[in-house]
Design a protein around this ligand. Structure first.
Ligand SMILES: [Zn+2]
Length: 280
């Protein structure tokens, strides 16, 4: 290894934030806050351990993912209900908001729509912050546990990774085959999962989730949504995933309607305004 003589000076250059978010269209969190005081439950889905379920949320409704029975992480996919090609874009959400998301931040959709799909309106784990290992909760850095990576690393055929769970749930909900459903499954929001990158090697790590029964993450649906949530076979992800050895618990999804009038003036975001001519 040859070190340039100005190596220290190059390393000492201060970073700049890639995407300052001050110019993003703002959410009216005060209005969402007033609306969430008036919620009526309209639907609920219980996701069994090592399995996934779909649910729908009309634009202007709220949904919550709640820990029940024991510490459990969930892998969340979101699509525009009427066009599955518009899906959650984990990478751009990470670039805009950071490695983990919490109240006030949004889940953005894929190109070419690139618009808010959901806004986080309440997070009972917002006290956690960033721990001494660099870990935090609700990450957009992991992908989802999947049988292909498991095959490479450990061998064998494991069928209840979040990737496969999400495929089965989407196929069942849409009445399509697993092969048709698979390309729609995408990188997730890791709900309740506590993760980070090691400081010395930069490797993705997980640790026991701080979630406890009763904790929840709440979202406001900015557009009509189809969601799928997998209760990860990793359980609280304290040791292993991609196996049936971890203690696993269900996750509860509830959908709520706010009182009429509480969202007066709110508009569902339009698709991105770029003209898509790409210089041609
Ligand atoms: Zn998983």
């Amino acid at each position: 290894m040859t070190m340039p003589i100005d190596a220290d000076a190059r390393r000492a250059v201060a970073p700049v934030i890639c995407y300052p978010v001050e110019t993003l269209p703002a959410s009216d969190m005060a209005q969402y806050g007033r609306a969430r005081e008036t919620l009526t439950k309209v639907d609920k889905v219980l996701v069994a351990p090592r399995d996934a379920r779909c649910f729908t949320v009309p634009a202007g409704h709220f949904f919550r993912i709640t820990s029940v029975e024991g510490p459990q992480v969930g892998d969340l996919n979101l699509w525009a209900q009427h066009d599955l090609s518009e899906r959650f874009y984990s990478g751009k959400t990470r670039a805009l908001h950071g490695t983990h998301i919490t109240t006030g931040q949004r889940m953005w959709s894929s190109f070419p729509t690139l618009r808010p799909m959901a806004t986080l309106t309440h997070d009972t784990l917002d006290w956690y912050g960033i721990d001494d290992f660099g870990g935090s909760v609700h990450d957009v850095i992991g992908t989802r546990c999947d049988p292909y990576t498991n095959q490479l690393l450990s061998g064998g055929q494991y069928h209840h990774c979040c990737h496969s769970n999400l495929i089965r749930a989407l196929a069942d909900h849409q009445g399509i085959s697993y092969a048709e459903a698979e390309p729609f499954v995408h990188d997730v929001l890791n709900v309740f999962m506590c993760t980070g990158f090691t400081r010395d090697t930069g490797q993705y790590f997980m640790k026991a989730s701080p979630v406890r029964p009763g904790d929840y993450l709440e979202f406001f649906a900015e557009i009509d949504l189809l969601g799928a949530l997998s209760a990860c076979p990793g359980g609280d992800c304290s040791s292993k995933h991609s196996a049936d050895t971890a203690a696993c618990y269900p996750l509860l999804v509830e959908v709520f309607a706010p009182a009429s009038g509480t969202l007066d003036g709110w508009q569902s975001p339009q698709p991105n305004g770029y003209d898509r001519s790409h210089g041609g």
